[in-house]
Design a protein around this ligand. Sequence first.
Ligand SMILES: [Zn+2]
Length: 209
Amino acid sequence: MDLTSGGGGASEQNAIVEGPSSEMITGAAAERSSAAVAPLSRYESQKRRDWNTFLQYLKNHKPPLALGRCSGAHVIEFMKYLDQFGKTKVHVSGCAYFGHPNPPAPCSCPLKQAWGSLDALVGRLRAAYEETGGKPESNPFGARAVRIYLREVKEGQAKARGIPYEKKKRKRPALTTVTVVNASSSSSVVVADDGGGSSTSDAGGAVTY
Ligand SMILES: [Zn+2]
């Protein structure tokens, strides 16, 4: 309901995600070790991007936060920060479309990071942390609090979006950009008709009232 957590310095932090953190990657790759330099896989390059984003986040953190002092709470904070860049509509409990997988009209509920994205992100960062010398036992991305938070997000979004996440393992489609197309094409404005509204008595499917 009361999602009024508009963080203050949001615009300044915007730069984190957009920042050309790929420079580090290309720099490392340019260091030519003529032996078989395979191009980075999609996963590997995404992992590096995520890691750089996280390091940037720590750098801009107030007060500054060293990687070694990161706890699960900070990881959760990071995920919440990322929500502002999310593209997944998560209905609040008061919304008429709460629990509707395909709402017939737009609503003002917030966009957030989808649970699946966060879950995958944490997995990549967890690996990156250990690849950069972090000890598994102190890995903040493996913290219990993070697991609990992810589970809560998963259950909350499943309810809010009417999409049960199945427990069984299955292959996820590699691309998750499908929704973007939909969103931009269906941007026709739905004008709320005030006035003679009550005359629409089509005994159609809309049973909600
Ligand atoms: Zn809604």
